[in-house]
Design a protein around this ligand. Structure first.
Ligand code: 2NL
Length: 345
């Protein structure tokens, strides 16, 4: 009876072990057949109840079956472990000969490139770079620039107000007013002020509520309009080609007197007339003038002792002219297809 039971157990155990396809199933088979409460242990425990003749026969067979099952489990375990390792190696295989992923090198935004180009030129001419707050006091943005509270020219620079007296700056001129104030009436002052400015405007192809500006200021003894002309000529040739000519037309700004607009001879047609210059041969580039005596006085400079010139330009306009860009919004919408075209500007 027990002998048959043992032979049957052996058969069951071996086929269970053979069909185990993972280590967990093998562990379960071990517990089931060889565990403390397993059938073979039970049989060995019950040996005392057997007759003298049966005891050695059953005992020997039970031990043989146990050894056989143990051996088969170990064999299978080694086999499964080897298979598992093989699968792991296969799935984690790295082909070190594959080419690496390329990272595209970054580059400056076109506006940053233009601003740097202008900065570099003026640093070479003895100017230094000044920056200031974008959230500005009414005093520096308007008042100190000869734009008192009810001045009609304020309407052209409607802005975003934080309070009655604090606003997003509408130009970078307040940086220059602050710089003049810091010098406490003693020249020379030679600065370039680039940065973001804000206007209350509806965005379209040529307007943006946020844009960039570069302003320049030179205050010293005996600075004249001819000095402005000379500096602007150097600037025009540097940015738009050595054969550029400039012309100044009368204009108005509250902070300069006299005020001028500067045109350059068309870099596309050389002045004959084309669609870039709209047939006129000239392209408007920037506004400038001699610093208004009121501005000098309010910032602590004696207009009897000091004179100066100032100018302001929009780097977006310069970039649009130079590269034929038709919509100002391209600068701010970060379409990589647009930006990529100027990676070495
Ligand atoms: C333009 C014209 C201009 C200035 C900016 C200025 C600054 C001080 C004193 C006097 Cl502190 N003037 N700045 C002067 C003339 C023109 O900008 O069309 N900008 C885009």
């Amino acid at each position: 009876m027990l002998k048959e039971k043992l032979l049957e157990l052996r058969q069951q155990a071996l086929s269970t072990i053979d069909s185990a396809d993972e280590l967990k199933a093998l562990q379960e088979a071990h517990v089931r057949f060889l565990g403390k409460k397993g059938p073979i242990t039970e049989i060995l425990k019950g040996m005392g109840k057997l007759s003298k003749e049966e005891r050695p026969v059953v005992g020997q067979l039970a031990n043989e079956v146990r050894q056989l099952i143990t051996a088969r489990i170990e064999e299978k375990r080694a086999d499964l472990e080897a298979r598992q390792l093989e699968m792991k190696l296969e799935s984690e295989k790295i082909d070190v000969t594959l080419p690496g992923r390329k990272t595209a090198p970054g580059s400056h935004h076109l506006l940053a490139s233009i601003i740097r180009e202008v900065e570099d030129l003026f640093i070479g001419l003895g100017f230094s770079i000044e920056e200031g707050p974008e959230v500005e006091q009414d005093y520096y943005n308007f008042e100190a620039l000869n734009l008192p509270k009810d001045h009609p020219a304020r309407d052209m620079q409607d802005s975003f107000y934080i309070t009655d007296d604090i606003l997003m700056r509408t130009h970078t001129s307040p940086v220059q007013a602050r710089t003049l104030e810091k010098h406490k009436g003693v020249g020379p002052v030679k600065v370039i002020c680039p940065g973001k400015v804000y206007r209350r405007d509806n965005d379209d192809a040529t307007h943006s509520h946020q844009f960039m500006q570069i302003e320049g200021l030179y205050v010293d003894h005996k600075v004249r309009l001819s000095d402005l002309k000379g500096i602007l000529t150097v600037f025009a040739k540097h940015m738009f080609g050595a054969d550029r000519e400039i012309r100044l037309r009368p204009s108005f700004f509250p902070f300069t007197e006299p005020s001028v607009e500067m045109d350059i001879s068309c870099f596309r047609c050389g002045g004959h007339g084309c669609n870039v210059c709209k047939g006129t041969g000239w392209i408007e580039i920037l506004g400038a003038g001699m610093v208004h005596p009121n501005v000098l006085r309010m910032s602590g400079f004696d207009p009897g002792e000091y004179t100066g010139f100032a100018f302001g330009m929009g780097p977006e306009r310069i970039a649009m002219l130079k590269y034929g860009i038709e919509d100002i919004r391209h600068f701010y919408t970060d379409d990589i297809r647009f930006l990529k075209q100027f990676y070495r500007a």
